[in-house]
Design a protein around this ligand. Structure first.
Ligand SMILES: [Ca+2]
Ligand SMILES: [Ca+2]
Ligand SMILES: [Ca+2]
Ligand SMILES: [Ca+2]
Length: 332
């Protein structure tokens, strides 16, 4: 106004100009609001099964890992967690210098950290990537955190059918606040929709009963094995089930059973893997889920029947192979 600036920018709201005084007959000009195209940063947290420092081959995802983004110019921070496929992303960012930090999950050992497409400095031993300079509208990808998976630990309590016994049943019912909680059912359904989409909205009490009923149905022997493994993933993962299983002797870590290494031996074709490949428990279940339909594992032609002949005649043999693998290697 008259060659002088009038008005103030509030420190916390970038969409306001306040305290503009205007006398009679004055005209204010250049009260401008600039907008920038939003930027983003993303990456994956993965079990580096083949130990080559990049997410490839049959490396598995590591979900539920806390990732923090800091804008080094403003000091502002944001938190997120990796999804079931291990990916994380931060959207709607303003231009600036950023640092991404991973909270190291226990249950896996720290591996290679990588700066992605916009560059930056990675620090493998400290789980962070700094000096990521983001310009307007840029999308940074490949800010990855690799972890070294562990072998499947031996547990003291869970054996075949353990979930059917009184301890297993009461553990299921105690999860996430009690028998009427639906977090477990919703997680199973969302994570493995083709195998267990029917468990969405089900309570812990429903799932405990469902486990007993499926265990008594010979036609669903393989689905029963999957449910067994899926329950083990859930209770061993701290961010999913807390420490509820500890008093039952379950070994609980941040990463849980999901990223543990497993070799597929002769079951490889059923997972679309080369013979003898090594991957993770979670990756196996994800692959099997992708080959399943409407609650039936390996009904690949979606006809509601396990085929033993014709072009889908492999369905039965794949089920047999996977049953043996889950029964001998993963049963806890
Ligand atoms: Ca790798
Ligand atoms: Ca790490
Ligand atoms: Ca690195
Ligand atoms: Ca079929």
């Amino acid at each position: 106004m008259n060659g002088k600036k009038r008005g103030q920018l509030p420190p916390t709201d970038q969409d306001k100009i306040i305290k503009i005084t205007l006398a009679s007959g004055e005209n204010g000009i250049n009260y401008n609001f600039a907008e920038v195209a939003p930027s983003s940063l993303c990456g994956v947290v993965y079990a580096d099964v083949n130990c080559n420092g990049k997410p490839d081959g049959y490396d598995g995802a590591i979900p539920y890992v806390c990732i923090t983004l800091k804008n080094n110019n403003t000091g502002q921070t944001w938190n997120t967690v990796s999804g079931i496929d291990g990916t994380y992303h931060f959207d709607n960012l303003r231009p600036g210098a950023y640092t991404i930090t991973e909270k190291q999950p226990d249950g896996v050992k720290s591996g290679d950290v990588d700066a992605g497409s916009l560059g930056g400095c990675d620090n493998d031993s400290c789980n962070y990537i700094s000096r990521i300079y983001v310009c307007c509208g840029q999308k940074g990808t490949g800010y990855n955190f690799g972890e070294v998976p562990c072998v499947i630990p031996s547990y003291t309590t869970t054996t075949a059918d353990w979930w059917k016994g009184s301890k297993g049943q009461s553990l299921i019912k105690s999860l996430n606040g009690g028998p009427t909680a639906t977090a477990l059912g919703n997680w199973i359904a969302a994570s493995f929709p083709n195998l267990f989409g029917n468990l969405a909205g089900k309570t812990n009490a429903d799932i405990a009963a469902y486990y007993v009923s499926i265990s008594a149905a010979p036609a669903f022997a393989l689905e029963y094995q999957f449910l067994d493994t899926v329950l083990s993933i859930y209770v061993t993962t701290r961010s999913l089930a807390g420490n509820a299983g500890a008093s039952y002797g379950v070994r609980i870590t941040d990463a849980g059973l999901g990223p543990c290494k497993v070799t597929v031996h002769n079951s490889a074709p059923a997972f679309g893997l080369p013979s003898g490949a090594t991957t993770t428990v979670l990756e196996l279940i994800r692959r099997a889920d992708a080959a399943s339909y409407n609650g039936v594992a390996y009904d690949t032609n979606h006809n509601g029947v396990i085929d033993t002949s014709g072009p889908s005649g492999f369905e039965k043999s794949y089920r047999d192979l996977v049953y043996i693998l889950l029964n001998t290697v993963i049963n806890l």
